[in-house]
Every structure is written in structure tokens, then in C-alpha cells.
Design a protein around this ligand. Sequence first.
Ligand SMILES: Nc1nc2ncn(CCNC(CO)CO)c2c(=O)[nH]1
Length: 289
Amino acid sequence: SKEQISHDEYQKTADWLMSQTKHRPQVAIICGSGLGMLADTLKCQDSFAYSDIPGFPQSTVQGHAGRLVFGELKGKTCVCMQGRFHMYEGHSLCKTTFPVRVFKLMGVETLIVTNAAGSLADGLQPGDIMVIKDHVNFPGLVGLNPLCGPNDDKFGPRFPAMSGCYDKGLRCVAMEIAKQLGVASLVQEGVYAMVGGPNFESIAEARLLHRLGVDAVGMSTAPEVVVATHCGLRVFGLSLITNKVVKSYEDSDSVNHEGVLEIGRLRSHTVQQLVTELVSRMEINNNNT
Ligand SMILES: Nc1nc2ncn(CCNC(CO)CO)c2c(=O)[nH]1
């Protein structure tokens, strides 16, 4: 049976965090594999190990630190997840997306998700950055969905729409920033597909995804975006392309996590600049004054 998390449990964690920090974040940033150093740039930091936060699951993946960092980024109060939770770790989907609803209860209005992904599109090379235009949530399509079970009407509707869940305005600003940062050649929009993992895809699976028009593939992000959209958060997502997905039976090389982290280290500064600039240009409604 699907694990249920009560509204009170989300509220209890939000209340605990609000008792531990004076920061009231407007933007939440989920840092993907090897991209956690963005949190280190926050000013006036308050940070907590996931293990100290009531109700938080534990990160178990190399490249995912396991700390929640509050602070200021370009004048905006942010909360960063250094390390996210993946379905392949064995967490239930309501556990992997638990932080998103906690952020909502703390007053967050915008969620930025970053991840490492493999490229299926010919024009997307390792080291490129894909601004997520839309996603294909394979686990969700077969019922592995964090919204399954009784709907919590305090968060959102029973049947939430997902069309346009990656905010067009923020995507336009991100493309503008890429031009101004001089990295326009590295940045393009595309469709992200979530697969369950932890194994990387077979060649037949990679070819299927490519045929379906998917540009990049990963093992995260879609559940968080579904939950964020359900509770009315504005969402921006980007994938750091860490490798080409193997699509040919003649191709001998294969992907491994070390290679994923290596590109993360190489390009993380550019991802950091892009996200930082995006946050600085965000219109924030100060309705949580
Ligand atoms: N072919 C392929 N290449 C990839 N590079 C990064 N990821 C995202 C998954 N990242 C995992 C393993 O690195 C850690 O969360 C993938 C993927 O799912 N498939």
C-alpha cells in the first residue's frame, strides 16, 4: 500500500525549520549530482544535515551531500537542497518529494530544479546545459506518482494540469542570461525524461526514448515538479548534460557515475552563474512579508 504523509507531518517539519532559522525563503533550489556547491555561495547561511531534520529522508548517493542550506542569494532568500532523494534509492515517491511541500508551507513561491542527465539529442553534447521545456514522467505514467492516494486539498486539486509546468517566463529569462554570459552556444531548451534507474538504459530503451522525441534522460526531477506544480509553485528546471546516451550496438563506451560527476565539476560554475543570475532577476511577490 502507498505510504501516506499527513498534512501535519509536513507542517511539523516546516515549523521545526522556521524555529531554527530566521530565513523565510522565497526560492527553493534542488541541486543535482555534483551541483551542490551553489549552496556554498549563499550569504548568512543557516544549514542543517538532513539527518537532523524531522521527517527528512537520508541522501545515499555519491555527489549528494545531504544538507539543507538557507541564505541570501542576490538579495533573495533561498533554501538549497545539497543532495536530493531519488526513487532508485528506495525512497517512496512521497518521501522523495517531501521537501517540496515543506518549502511550500515555509512560503516558497518558486522551485528551481537542477540535475545531471544523459543526452539523446544529436545537438546536445556533454558539458551543455539543457533548459527543461517539458518532461516525460515514465514512472508517473504507470502509476508511480507522488500524488497517488487521497488528495490533500490544502495543497492542490485532485487532477492538476501539467501543461506548461516549466514556467515560460523564467525559460525566456534564462536564455537571455545565457546570451549575456556568453554561453548561449552551450544552452538550449529540450524535453527531459525521467526513468526509474538505478541502472542506466539499455540500448533498445535509449533508442525508444530518442524515437519518442526525448532530448535528455535522468532518474529524478519529474516527481518534484509534479508535486510543486500541484501546490502552485512556479518551476524552472535545467539539466547539465554529463554524457551521451549509448544508442548504437557498435558503440563500445558506456556511461558511469564517475564520469557524470566529473562533468558536473567542470561545468558547475556555469550552472551556478546561470541560476544565480536567474534568481537575481526574479520578480518575487512579497506576500509573505
Ligand atoms: N544514460 C544516462 N546517462 C545519464 N547521465 C546522468 N544521468 C542521470 C542519472 N544520474 C544518476 C547516475 O549518475 C545519479 O542520480 C543519466 C541517466 O539517467 N542515463
